[in-house]
Write a protein that binds this ligand. Structure first.
Ligand SMILES: [Zn+2]
Length: 493
C-alpha cells in the first residue's frame, strides 16, 4: 500500500501542461480598422547568450498592431531591463512593458538567467544546474500585445563557443525556431549552457492511411551535475522507455521531441516530471542526484509523460481524460515491456481506482475535487471503456485502437482537440458507441460505475496476501487481452 500511496502523491507531480489558460487573442482587424492598425504577421527575436548567463534580445514586430510586451510573471518582470530600439526608455508596470505612443514595436531587453534562478529555482521559470539553465521559453521570450492568432514568433539564437542551446521549439528549414506568438506564455522548454546531447531516431507517428512511419527524432539533453547513476545507465533508461511508449503507439507519437534531464541535488527519487507541447514537444524530468539504478528500473514518471505525447491537448476541459488515460496506460505499458508482473499491475489498479469513485459516481469527472478524482476517476473510465470495447469486439479491439485512430488523424499533444471530437473519433474506430455513453454518464455528474463488479468479472481480487487473479472468472480472457492485445496487421488499421 505504501507504494500505491507514493504513486498517488507522485502522480500529482507528473503532469501534462495542456493548452493554456490564457486569454484568446483579439480577432483580426476589420477592413475599416486595418486602415489604421496593420495586423502583425511576425515578431522576430534575435537572442544572444552572453557568458556567464545573460540573454540579450532584440525583438521587433511588423505591422502597427503591437503596443508593448508582457513578461511571463509579474514576480520575475523586475529581472527584465528593456529600452526601445532607439534607446528611449520604456514604461514598465507589473509584467507590462508599454511602448511610447506611436512607436514601432522594436525593443532591446536583457535578463540574467542565473539571477532569475536564484529567486525562482523552478523548471517552469529557470532551473540552474552548474553552468546550464533549463527555462520555460516564456521566461525570456516576452509576448507582444495585443497579438493575433496568426502572428508567428521567429527566434534566432546566437551562442559563444562552448555554450549550447536545446529546445522543444519547432525548427524551421532556415535553422531558426518558431511558434505562434500568442501561445508564448505556455511555451515549451529550452536550455542554455553546457549540455550533453544525444539524438535518438526511431519510427515515428503513424501516417493517416496507416501506411508509413516517417522517422521521429528525440533529442535527449542532460544538464551538468553529479548523478549516482552513470550516463550509460541514464541513456539506457531513456531509450528503453522511449521504445516501450513507441511500442504502445505503434511508432513514437510526435515527429520531434526534446527530453531534458536535470539533477536535483541530494534527491533519491524522480522529483518531478512534466510535458509541455505548445510550440513543440518537450519533457522535463528532475532526477535526484542520489537516485540509484533501481529507481530508474521502477520509474513510471517518464512513461507517464511520454504517453501524454500521443493524446491531443485540451483547452479548459478534459483534464480527467488526459490524466486518466496516462494513469491507466502507464502501468500497462510497463507490464507489456516485462518490467512488472500482471499481478502487480492489477494490484495497483485495484487499489488505486477506488480513489476515483467520488468523481465517477457523485461529482462528475469535470467537477473532480482533487488529483485522485482527476487521475483515478479518468483511469476508471478508461478501464470501463476498454473492457466494453473488448467485450463487444470479442477481444479484437480495445480503447487503445480508438486512441491510435485519433493519433493517425494528427491528434498528438501539440494539437488541441475537444473531448467530444476525441470521443467521436474513438467510437468511429471501435465501430459503435463505447466511449460516448460512459462520458455522458460520468462527465458532468456521477452515476454508479460498478467498479467492484467489473474487477470481479475480470478475475481481480484482493486477499490478505495482496492481489490475486482468478483464471476461471467470466472475463478473464478480456483481462488477458488488456495486457497482451493481439496486434492487428498495419493494413487493417
Ligand atoms: Zn500527466
Amino acid at each position: 500500500m505504501r507504494g500505491v500511496l507514493t504513486v498517488v502523491f507522485a502522480g500529482l507531480m507528473a503532469c501534462h501542461s495542456p493548452e493554456p489558460q490564457i486569454a484568446a487573442p483579439p480577432a483580426e482587424p476589420t477592413s475599416s480598422q486595418s486602415r489604421r492598425v496593420a495586423a502583425t504577421s511576425a515578431c522576430h527575436y534575435d537572442v544572444v547568450f552572453e557568458a556567464p548567463s545573460r540573454l540579450s534580445i532584440d525583438a521587433r514586430c511588423d505591422g502597427s498592431q503591437v503596443r508593448g510586451f508582457l513578461a511571463a510573471e509579474t514576480s520575475m518582470a523586475h529581472h527584465v531591463a528593456m529600452v526601445a530600439a532607439d534607446g528611449s526608455p520604456i514604461e514598465q508596470r507589473d509584467a507590462k512593458f508599454a511602448l511610447p505612443a506611436g512607436a514601432r514595436a522594436a525593443v532591446h531587453y536583457e535578463l540574467d538567467l542565473d539571477a532569475v534562478a536564484r529567486e525562482h529555482q523552478d523548471i517552469d521559470v529557470v532551473y540552474a544546474s552548474e553552468d546550464a539553465w533549463l527555462t520555460a521559453v516564456s521566461t525570456w521570450l516576452l509576448r507582444p500585445y495585443p497579438i493575433n492568432r496568426k502572428a508567428e514568433a521567429i527566434i534566432d539564437v546566437q551562442l559563444p563557443p562552448g555554450v549550447e542551446f536545446a529546445s522543444g521549439l519547432t525548427r524551421r528549414p532556415d535553422g531558426r525556431r518558431s511558434m505562434p506568438a500568442w501561445t508564448i506564455p505556455v511555451a515549451t522548454y529550452a536550455a542554455f549552457g553546457r549540455l550533453t546531447r544525444v539524438t535518438h531516431t526511431l519510427p515515428g507517428p503513424l501516417a493517416n492511411d496507416g501506411s508509413g512511419h516517417p522517422l521521429a527524432q528525440i533529442e535527449m539533453v542532460t544538464l551538468p551535475g553529479r548523478f549516482a547513476i552513470t550516463a550509460r545507465d541514464r541513456q539506457h533508461w531513456l531509450e528503453r522507455t522511449v521504445a516501450a511508449v513507441s511500442d504502445f503507439w505503434h511508432g513514437f507519437p510526435v515527429a520531434a521531441a526534446t527530453l531534458f534531464v536535470v539533477p536535483y541535488p541530494g534527491g533519491r527519487e524522480i522529483a518531478q516530471g512534466k510535458v509541455v507541447a505548445t510550440g513543440g514537444a518537450s519533457v522535463a524530468i528532475v532526477l535526484g542526484s542520489k537516485a540509484n539504478r533501481s529507481v530508474l528500473e521502477h520509474d513510471w514518471v517518464l512513461v507517464h509523460e511520454l504517453f501524454h505525447l500521443g493524446v491531443p491537448s485540451f483547452a479548459g476541459e478534459g483534464k480527467w481524460l488526459d490524466e486518466g488515460l496516462a494513469t491507466y496506460y502507464e502501468p500497462l505499458i510497463r507490464t507489456r515491456a516485462g518490467w512488472r508482473s500482471e499481478r502487480a499491475l492489477w494490484g495497483e489498479l485495484a487499489s488505486g481506482l477506488p480513489r476515483g469513485l467520488q468523481a465517477m459516481e457523485i461529482d462528475g469527472l469535470e467537477n473532480a475535487r482533487d488529483g485522485s478524482g482527476i487521475y483515478w476517476g479518468g483511469a476508471m473510465l478508461a478501464l470501463l471503456a476498454d473492457v466494453q470495447a473488448r467485450r463487444r469486439s470479442d477481444g479484437r479491439l480495445g480503447l487503445e485502437d480508438g486512441l491510435r485512430a485519433v493519433l493517425a488523424k494528427g491528434g498528438n499533444a501539440t494539437t488541441v482537440w475537444s473531448v467530444d471530437d476525441i470521443v467521436q473519433a474513438v467510437d468511429e474506430r471501435l465501430g459503435e458507441p463505447v466511449l460516448r455513453p460512459l462520458v455522458q454518464a460520468h462527465r458532468e455528474s456521477g452515476q454508479p460505475a460498478n467498479l467492484d463488479g467489473t474487477l470481479r468479472e475480470l478475475g481481480v481480487g484482493w486477499g490478505p496476501r495482496g492481489p490475486w487473479l482468478d483464471d476461471a472468472a467470466t472475463l478473464q480472457h478480456i483481462r488477458r487481452a488488456i495486457v497482451r492485445p493481439t496486434v492487428d496487421p498495419p493494413a487493417s488499421r
